[in-house]
Design a protein around this ligand. Structure first.
Ligand code: ARG
Ligand code: ZN
Length: 873
């Protein structure tokens, strides 16, 4: 049943034109498709044409204008086969579908009364018979017909070339897309929507009309999305020389959406969460999320649409590259260090965990059963790291040369990751063969570092060694860029490798290609502290023997902001892991003095902005800590971290209170860098202070919750109160619900905050919330807010020893699976790390996995995940 990368074969036929007509209806929708088909050179003359289909009610098929009779073709539940249709012909099919019953949200479906589509990866086959694979690129036209009163707005890809009225109160619009595209980029929308318009003038002087389509009530929440789109369009011109190619670019916000957004040609469909923002409904992080997803989908127009993937194994070709591009953009728009820290934190928390569990796969997978299960953090985020390493090796200008050559060679084609790498290599005359192993290797490689100072020769020798990922015995040697710096007594040292004539910059990229390599730095006046893997130059686990004092020194003085934060995190991790060991041994707990001092220095450092301070003062989360234990000590980790947070709050009470009081908002909410920094630090201070439980400190959160004019401050205060518990929690939750229960995105926060809480009664509350009238299993955002947040982000409560957390999530997976298997498959992944826990918890998780696996009629999406989880390690 799995599909293997090695089995790729080009198709026998291709499709040059697709003319579609949709008769949208309340009961049935009819889809008429006329395909202009051509047999490819080299394909056997008698090759059958086999089109994909799923959940289609077949009505008719005509070949070259002649209706075929039953004996002339074969229909199965997943295919339409025409034996030996000829070398070039048209094929016209009619099918009926029922979008109103389509809860999978793949293909043509309804959301909040509107029609919309999601075709990636294999949703187009749920709309009509087709060669539903990305290496078949065709020109499309689409006529959309619907009731005019109910669906005044009719959209599809490309340019609107005709509109008009039809009988029976219906109307139509015809859209032509001049650019050939794979079927997964097709889109259609019909509904009662309002347009928030804008424009963009390209560098060659063309005016592009921009349209953001939302439900009427949301028209006052579109400005940030439009600004982000305009900034993205400018940025891609400036940084990559890429101009937009159609006269119109549309974005539609949809309430029921399985993922973040979709880059359909000229007609992006977005989860409403990544479009809608108003200061009182969206947080600073939401604003950032919108900016980056808008940019991501826009950048796909070149990296994804103009140049697409040959097959789905190549997904990282477009996703890794486009994530990398949207990260560069976000770094340019805001603070590069803050952006990098956020990305690495997410990578370590989510991707490293995936890499060490049953779903581990290379960024270019070798096989899959359900492609939708491979839209993973490995393909996306590790994929982006792999692109980033190539840019580090080639330099900014070299990377740009490679990108230019890639577009020049492959515009209009469906290509592979190897094609991309070849373009980068050829444009720079370098060899990226060894580097290519990053595409096929599974797991997180380990890099070990060891330094030795020789006072006689004033030299420092750094030895770097690569080792296979943990739990794996062998791995091919990778090409790993390791950015290093040396911190001397007086600060950063200019670096001079032996053999060089003069010292250069204070950061150096060392290329590790052997099992072990030594690098000798000369002219080093005293034993330095090495700052390794600056900017996280490679997605590896770094092992290096360093004293706490060395880490404290880097935490205070590393000129690389990322490494400064990273040193603090490593120090914090050591402190917390030691505390967890104390908890387990029932020793008295005391927070490390030196760590408290290091944190106090951060609080007082005038050179750090508020966002960086907040990041530096946030202790590693429990999931990250668990990754560094042989068996995750769920309860001890939780107790240790709670203790450390309170001890730190007590030690820093005065300076934190001073920060809180001196940084109150001046004037209304503004989404600008200095203000975001101010809010981040102030809300971090509040979070620490409230843990002390003193009535006057809790009162700060209560009053902030009531007075805030913006969601950032209101949500932050609510989160503190939820963790605090008591009557303040109940009052705030009731108030928040009263105010926002009609607003789905804000109500999602109400569920998510409760599911993420560290309060000991969280499991009971989540159980009750699952029966709340506002809870809705069928809406992916709502289901994720409660079940996803609880199962993935709340280690302590999900893994309660009584197993009730496990049972709750398994129940929801089973309830969702018959309707939306993609969503269920995402949620069931919460069980993937089951082997990392103690026997009791293992047993409990395993029992739930087995219960799910034994469910009759289980979807293939969920089955693939649970089978992998249960397979012998
Ligand atoms: N290509 C979309 C994105 O940018 C993801 C869509 C995936 N959808 C799915 N059902 N697998 O990132
Ligand atoms: Zn993408």
């Amino acid at each position: 049943q799995p599909i293997f990368r090695k089995d790729y074969r080009r198709p026998d036929y291709t499709i040059d034109r697709v003319d579609l007509r949709f008769e949208l209806g309340e009961e049935t929708t009819r889809v008429h498709a006329t395909l202009t088909v051509r047999r490819l050179d080299g394909a056997p003359q008698a090759a059958p044409l086999v089109l994909d289909g799923e959940n289609l009610r077949h009505v008719s098929v005509a070949l070259g204008g002649r209706e075929l009779s039953a004996g002339e073709y074969v229909v199965s539940p997943t295919s339409l086969t025409i034996p030996a249709p000829g070398a070039a012909f048209t094929l016209a099919t009619v099918v009926e579908i029922r979008p109103q019953d389509n809860l999978e949200l793949s293909g043509l479906y309804r959301s909040s009364g509107n029609f919309c589509t999601q075709c990636e990866a294999e949703g187009f086959r749920r709309i009509t018979w087709f060669l539903d694979r990305p290496d078949v690129m065709a020109r499309y036209s689409a006529v959309v017909e619907a009731d005019k009163a109910k669906y005044p707005v009719l959209l599809a890809n490309g340019n609107r070339v005709a509109t008009g009225d039809l009988d029976g109160g219906r109307h139509f619009a015809r859209w032509d897309d001049p650019f050939p595209k794979p079927s997964y980029l097709f889109a259609l929308v019909a509904g009662d929507l309002r347009c928030f318009p804008g424009e963009f003038v390209t560098r060659s002087g063309r005016t592009v009309r921009l349209e953001i389509w939302v439900e009427p009530d949301n028209i006052d929440r579109c400005a940030h999305a439009l600004r982000s789109l305009q900034a993205s369009m400018r940025w891609d011109e400036d940084k990559f020389g890429r101009e937009y190619d159609l006269d119109i670019y549309m974005i539609v916000a949809v309430n029921d959406f399985n993922l973040g957004a979709m880059e359909n040609k000229g007609l992006n469909l977005f989860n409403a969460k990544y479009v809608l923002a108003r200061p009182d409904t969206a947080t600073d992080d939401d604003y950032d999320g919108i900016e980056s997803v808008i940019a991501h989908e826009y950048f796909h127009n070149w990296t994804g649409n103009r140049v697409t993937c040959r097959d789905w194994f190549q997904l990282t070709l477009k996703e890794g590259l486009t994530v990398f591009r949207d990260r560069l953009f976000s770094a340019d728009m805001g603070s590069p260090a803050v952006a990098r820290i956020g990305d690495v934190l997410a990578l370590r928390t989510n991707q490293f965990a995936e890499d060490s569990g049953p779903m581990a796969h290379p960024i270019r997978p070798e096989s899959y059963i359900e492609m939708n299960n491979f839209y993973t953090t490995t393909v996306y985020e590790k994929g982006a790291e792999v692109i980033g390493m190539m840019r580090t090796l080639l330099g900014e200008a070299g990377f740009r040369r490679g990108m230019d050559l890639y577009f020049e060679r492959h515009d209009g084609q469906a290509v592979t990751c190897d094609d991309f790498r070849a373009a980068l290599a050829d444009a720079n005359g370098v060899d990226l063969e060894q580097f290519g192993r990053w595409y096929s290797q599974v797991g997180t490689p380990v890099v070990r570092a060891r330094g030795e100072y020789d006072a006689n020769t004033r030299s420092y020798t750094l030895t770097l060694e690569q080792a296979p990922p943990r739990g794996r015995t062998s791995a091919e040697l990778l090409h790993i860029p390791v950015a290093v710096g040396l911190l001397g007594p007086g600060g950063p040292l200019p670096l001079k490798l032996s053999g060089e004539t003069a010292a250069g910059a204070d950061t150096r990229v060392l290329e590790l290609r052997e099992r072990s390599q030594s690098f000798r730095f000369e002219g080093v006046p005293a034993a330095p502290v090495a700052s390794l893997l600056r900017g996280f130059s490679a997605p590896v686990e770094l092992e290096v023997e360093r004293s706490d004092a060395d880490l404290a020194r880097l935490m205070a003085a590393d000129p690389d902001a990322f490494s400064r934060w990273d040193a603090g995190q490593e120090l914090g991790r050591r402190v917390l892991l030691r505390l967890a060991a104390d908890v387990e041994a029932r020793r008295p707990l005391a927070l490390d003095r030196a760590f408290v001092d290091a944190c106090a220095k951060i609080v007082a450092d005038p050179g750090l902005d508020g966002s960086l301070k907040a990041l530096a003062l946030t202790l590693p989360n429990e999931r990250l800590l668990g990754q560094h234990q042989p068996v995750v000590a769920v309860d001890a980790l939780h107790e240790a971290r709670e203790f450390a947070v309170q001890a730190l709050a007590a030690a820093l009470r005065e300076p934190l209170l001073a920060i809180y009081q001196s940084s109150a908002p001046q004037g209304p909410y503004r989404i600008e860098r200095a203000e975001v920094d101010r809010r981040k630090l102030r809300n971090l201070a509040l979070a620490y202070l409230v843990t002390l439980g003193e009535p006057e400190l809790v009162a700060l959160a209560v009053s902030q919750f009531h007075l805030a004019d913006n969601m950032t401050d209101s949500e932050a205060a609510l989160a503190c109160l939820i963790d605090h518990g008591g009557p303040e929690r109940d009052a705030a939750l009731a108030e928040f619900h009263r105010r926002w229960h009609k607003d789905p995105l804000v109500l999602d926060k109400w569920f998510a905050l409760q599911a993420a809480s560290s309060h000991p009664d969280t499991l009971e509350r989540v159980t009750a919330l699952a029966d709340h009238p506002d809870f809705n299993l069928l809406n992916p955002n709502r289901a994720r807010s409660l079940v996803g947040v609880f199962g993935v982000r709340n280690q302590h409560q999900f893994h309660r020893k009584d197993g009730r957390g496990h049972a709750l999530v398994a129940d929801k997976v089973l309830a969702i699976d018959p309707h939306n298997s993609q969503l269920a498959a995402r949620l069931v992944a919460a069980f993937n790390p089951w082997r990392r826990f103690d026997p009791t918890r293992q047993q409990s998780m395993r029992a739930q996995l087995e219960r799910i696996a034994g469910q009759p009629g289980l979807s293939k999406a969920v089955r693939e995940i649970v089978d992998r989880a249960l397979a012998p390690a």
